[in-house]
Design a protein around this ligand. Structure first.
Ligand code: SAH
Length: 358
């Protein structure tokens, strides 16, 4: 059997492990603090623990630490994109965005993705595997170690479908918000889903204060099906029911993400459909001019069309923000992240990185 991965263990689980190893329970707290507050990379750094305990831990546990194998920085706005290598040599990407109100990190939840959205690059090679809680945490920790920046917001909007990896996602959220760790507030975390209706309901039961973002992108089942295969499985009515349930259980408003593709979903009728859906849920709408992906053939709506679309929503009293374009020059945009080194190097995408304005 493989060794237990220590950075995915909650504090109580780690304390238990210590006792099982014949150590004092409080050692678990010390180890936890080293890993999740001081962001230690290995046991050697944990200098207030005896050498023999560190050695014993090294024999007993495996520890995941991620190092960026490539970092790109936008000259325009300082957005940074990190390519991280996982312990099994798979690759994922993460992004650091700087805002006036604080820094935001966008992390990946899976190596690859099986949802198949037709406008997204992350899904092109299919799903390889789920990321562990440690691998999600380490994307945040690795960025902090590399940049020395503070991180106030975390969005799970990188590669992968987070609700297709629920157990690890929940563990990640609990550990990221733990006061023995980075202690990021739940309200500063956003999880984005392509719309797994039953999973949205399950997540509602956790009664977390995180923001749930639904990738809507189309206001009829017909249109959605053209863009997202998952729409074949869960229709808009079922999705809206799940979102309403989430809102009622948690009191948290849903965000609709809506990527505007020229001539596909940016007409007056689309805006009207979106208004109806957003009103029924008191949802906030986040508009994103679609980011072109080499292998896909959607083009972003023109500036005028975007502006007209947004204006229509606002006139109807729907709260709609347009994502600020960030990192235009580094291919760090929504739907452009990839798990493949060669492709990540390709640089064929010239689209803007677009992240929430909020
Ligand atoms: N699987 C999750 C999270 C990852 S994608 C989800 O689907 O929500 C994060 C956001 O980027 C989603 O709203 C997704 O639909 C959007 N996205 C994907 N490709 C895009 C593209 N080419 N242009 C703009 N947004 C895109």
């Amino acid at each position: 059997m493989g060794k237990t991965e220590i950075k995915s263990l909650s504090l109580p689980a780690l304390q238990e492990e210590m006792e099982r190893m014949g150590e004092k329970k409080f050692r678990g707290g010390q180890l936890y603090e080293w890993m999740h507050k001081k962001l230690a990379r290995d046991f050697l750094e944990m200098t207030n623990l005896s050498f023999s305990l560190r050695k014993k831990c090294g024999e007993h546990f495996e520890m995941t630490t991620l190092y960026p194998v490539k970092v790109q920085e936008s000259k325009a706005d300082g957005t940074k994109k990190f390519l991280f290598e996982l312990p099994d040599h798979n690759l994922v990407e993460s992004v650091l965005m700087k805002y006036r109100h604080g820094n935001s990190v966008c992390i990946s939840s899976q190596a690859g993705c099986r949802m198949g959205c037709r406008f997204c690059a992350s899904t092109l090679g299919g799903l390889v595997r789920n990321l562990t809680a440690a691998e999600m945490l380490e994307q945040v920790y690795g960025i902090i170690r590399h940049t020395g920046e503070r991180v106030s917001n975390v969005v799970v909007m990188g590669i992968g479908e987070p609700l297709d990896n629920r157990e690890n996602l929940l563990r990640f959220i609990r550990m990221l918000t733990d006061d023995q760790g980075l202690h990021i507030s739940q309200r500063s975390i956003t999880v984005s889903t392509c719309g797994l209706a039953p999973e949205i309901k399950k997540l509602a039961e956790e009664k977390l204060q995180i923001t749930l973002a639904l990738s809507l992108h189309g206001v009829s089942d017909e249109k959605r099906k053209k863009l997202m295969p998952i729409a074949e499985k869960y229709g808009i009515t079922e999705l809206m029911d799940a979102c309403r349930y989430y809102f009622e259980k948690t009191g948290r408003r849903i965000t609709f993400e809506y990527a505007l593709a020229g001539g596909v979903n940016d007409t007056k009728e689309d805006a009207e459909g979106l208004i109806t859906l957003a009103r029924s849920l008191h949802a906030h709408v986040n508009l994103i001019p679609i980011n072109p992906v080499r292998e896909r053939d959607f083009t972003p709506s023109g500036k005028e069309a975007v502006r007209a679309f947004q204006k229509k929503l606002e006139e109807a009293g729907v709260n709609a923000t347009l994502r600020r374009e960030m990192g235009r020059d580094i291919d760090g945009a929504c739907g452009q992240l990839r798990r493949n080194y060669a492709k990540a190097e390709g640089g064929g995408n010239s689209a803007a990185a677009a992240k929430p304005e909020d």
